[in-house]
Write a protein that binds this ligand. Sequence first.
Ligand SMILES: [Zn+2]
Ligand SMILES: [Zn+2]
Length: 243
Amino acid sequence: MKLKFIGTGNITAIENSASYLIDDHVLVDCGNGIVKAVGQAGHEVNDIDLLVITHLHGDHFLDIPFLIMKRCFTGADNELKILCPKGTRKAVDDLMVLAYPDVFDFPAILLGAHAEFVEYETESSSHEYGKYTINTYPVAHGAFEDAYGLTISDGKSTIGFSGDSAYCENIDTIVENSDVSVLDMSFVKGGYEHMGLDTMDIIINKFRKPIYATHMSKASREKGCQINLAFLHVPEDGDEIEI
Ligand SMILES: [Zn+2]
Ligand SMILES: [Zn+2]
């Protein structure tokens, strides 16, 4: 699988919001600014036919209305599945009303975009789309209850994503089941809502597998680059790897 880092920053960083494009057509998270960022990274946004959302924080889902509008207004004719936590369809509906109070025909726009929301369970769940298997796992994101990590497999290799999470049992499950993992390294020191560089050290010592840090602040990125930890990679926006 081909993994492109569209965004590797947290909300305080100058980098794009955390988002990843797999094989040019599967997108993980669609936070603020990501629709334009995908285009600026040289990809055709309308080629995305599967969008997976980890949780309903703005830096992970705020651009879904723009993705839907772009598809509708530019005549995308392929189907788009949006695999997302419960409540996403309503949250996107509410966002549309807030952002464009004059637009009353959101259902028609959604229809024109050929987009369908598939809301997954709060427990771990498994989904098949073409050659891909997506497994979702609840993770620990502070007081925010509905946050998920996931693995995506094409039958040959598997990529894990922590989403936004503190260190918890399902982070171990994700890393264990993946060849390469993309993990939240918001801080130098991990805490209640996010992991940190110290957490990466613990995970690497336990699994000895490649970890790509993401959702980084300026400080955690700088420290991550300085420390030169085996197995830890600190990608920049636009980097692409083959797994
Ligand atoms: Zn979050
Ligand atoms: Zn976030």
